[in-house]
Every structure is written in C-alpha cells, then in structure tokens.
Design a protein around this ligand. Structure first.
Ligand code: C2E
Ligand code: MG
Ligand code: MG
Ligand code: MG
Length: 280
C-alpha cells in the first residue's frame, strides 16, 4: 500500500488495483455507443481440416477505440457482461458476422461453418433462440453452418436453463461447441447434459503437446472422450508444424491457429479463400 496525496484528500490505495479499476470504468464508459460510432468490427480466423482445407471460421470481435487504442476482447467482453451491455454488443456481433459471411459465401460460391462466441448471459435474453434462428435464415445461411461457442467456465450456474436453450438451437440444426475445453472448473458431467457437436482443445494444451508428455496424454484423453460422445475435436492455437502433425496423428478433426492464419478482416478472408481455392 502506498499513501497518495491528491488535491486535498489523502487516500490509501494499491496502484495496480486502482489502475485496473479506472481502466475498467473507462472501458465501460467508452464501450457505450462504440458500435454506433463504428469502432467495433469483426475478424474471422480460418479453421481447417487435416488436409489444410477450409472447414470454417471463428468470428472474433475487435474494438479500436480512438481514446484507448486497440482493446482486446478479453478486456472488454467481461466489462460488457458486468455492465449489462453484452446483449446489445452480442446482437451487433451476430448481425455483422452473419451479413459478412453470407456475402463472402455468395461471392466465392463456397460454404463453410461460422462459429460465433456467445456469452451465457446472452442466452438469458428472452427469445434469444428465436431471434438468432430468424437472423440466420434472413441471411440465407443454413443452420448447420452455424456453431455457437460456449465457454465451460460460465456454465456452472444455471446449467438447466442454458441447456434447454442450447437444445432448442441444436434441434434446429445449429451446432454447439464447447470452447477452451479443459481450463474451466466444470466436471466432465457437463458433457452428459449439454447437446454438443464439438469440443475445442484449449491452446494451453496445444502449446505443450510437443515437449510435455502430460499435456500430450491429456490431449489424447480429450480426443478419446470426444469419440465416446460422438463430437468432433478442434485444436485451437496451433502455431507450429510439429504441433499440427502431432495433433493430426492423435486424431484431431479440425485445427485453428497462427500456423494457418491469424484472424482476418472480412476483406482479407475473401482473399484467403480465393487463394486457397486456386491452390486446389
Ligand atoms: P477464444 O474464443 O478462445 O478465441 C481464441 C483466441 O485465441 C482469439 O483471441 C484468437 O485470436 C487467439 N488465437 C488463435 N490462434 C492463435 C495462435 O495460434 N496463437 C495465439 N497466441 N493466439 C491465437 P482474441 O480474439 O483476443 O479473443 C480472446 C477471447 O475473447 C476469445 O477466446 C473469446 O473468449 C473472447 N471473444 C472474442 N470475440 C468474441 C465475441 O465476438 N463474443 C464473445 N462473447 N467473446 C469473444
Ligand atoms: Mg472461441
Ligand atoms: Mg477458445
Ligand atoms: Mg482459448
């Protein structure tokens, strides 16, 4: 602790804590209206199969604030959740990614999967599923080409309600993907409750598949679990050829990471798809 004299008052504070608090306050203040001011856009990171062919893309939100510069989603999504702004932001994310991906699929004649990260709080909104299904069909995309990425961390509370909403979506053909698998607090029993089509192995395991026997064994176990529950396995954060080869050999279905591509703007995704189509 450190005593600080500011104007007329003396207060005790922890510098990092105060800095953190002010930063969050600033984010909350500036995030309001950021969509309207055109500061938010979407990037898309390709997801490939074992032969490197495009399987899908994950939509990742980006905020370029004139005041704060680039703010990563890890920083502002939690603030949006706590400040009650996630529904508005979530709708922007859904609208923008459905629109841009539908356009790219029309322009290239290729259809592929679009994964959208959704906060469990978004699912709490009345009629979330009806609205989403309506938006998907308005954009002319098939339900089977949409996946919702849910983080297991957030699932602990309210598992029954979340589960029933996801089941409605899943029955309509939308795929459900469990993000960051292996990092949360939830037990394996979550796999029994949730309607799941895909598990994403977290980057923290992928990082060490080459040099750490334990990480490798865990990846193999996750893949075996996936097989048992009849879900596909996607490895995220693949950065090297060795990691990729090792994951292919272990039986992973899909892959995402800087080795294949960084997250791209819609315009760069279009170029990426045209280039990969030329090569095939
Ligand atoms: P996530 O859903 O697990 O997304 C994967 C993150 O890993 C992304 O970071 C991506 O850019 C990064 N990544 C992918 N491949 C590599 C790699 O090879 N190396 C490294 N070092 N990183 C890689 P990003 O875009 O900063 O997103 C962070 C998190 O923020 C996401 O984790 C997700 O939880 C959340 N997020 C991002 N966009 C959205 C969104 O539209 N809605 C919601 N609710 N959350 C989002
Ligand atoms: Mg994700
Ligand atoms: Mg993830
Ligand atoms: Mg992750």
């Amino acid at each position: 602790y450190e005593a600080k004299k500011s104007r007329n008052r003396v207060c005790m504070f922890q510098p990092e804590l105060e800095g953190d608090y002010l930063y969050r306050m600033q984010i909350e203040h500036l995030l309001r209206g950021a969509c309207r001011r055109g500061e938010i856009c979407m990037n898309y990171q390709p997801q490939v199969d074992a032969s490197g062919g495009l399987w899908g893309v994950e939509a990742l939100v980006r905020w370029h604030s004139p005041e704060l510069g680039f703010v990563p989603p890890d920083k502002f999504i939690p603030v949006a959740e706590q400040a009650g702004m996630i529904n508005e932001l979530g709708h922007f994310i859904i609208d923008e990614s459905l629109r841009q991906i539908a356009e790219i699929q029309q322009q290239t004649g290729q259809s592929f999967s679009l994964s959208i990260n959704v906060s469990v709080l978004q699912l709490a909104e009345a009629e979330f599923s009806r609205i989403l299904l309506e938006k998907i069909s308005q954009n002319g995309l098939g339900n089977v080409h949409i996946a919702l990425e849910i983080t297991e961390n957030l699932l602990i509370e309210d598992i029954d309600r979340v589960c029933s909403i996801l089941t409605v979506m899943n029955d309509a053909g939308v795929r459900i993907s469990l993000d960051d698998f292996g990092t949360g607090y939830s037990s394996l029993s979550i796999l029994r409750y949730l309607p799941l089509d895909e598990i994403k192995i977290d980057k923290s395991f992928v990082d060490h598949v080459i040099d750490d026997e334990t990480a490798m064994r865990m990846v193999k176990n996750i893949i075996a679990i996936g097989r048992n529950y009849d879900v596909t396995i996607l490895a995220e954060g693949v950065e090297t050829r060795q990691q990729f080869d090792c994951l292919v050999e272990s039986g992973c279905d899909f892959f995402q990471g800087y080795l294949f591509s960084r997250p791209l703007s819609a315009e760069h995704l279009l170029q990426y798809i045209r280039k990969t189509a030329e090569r095939q």
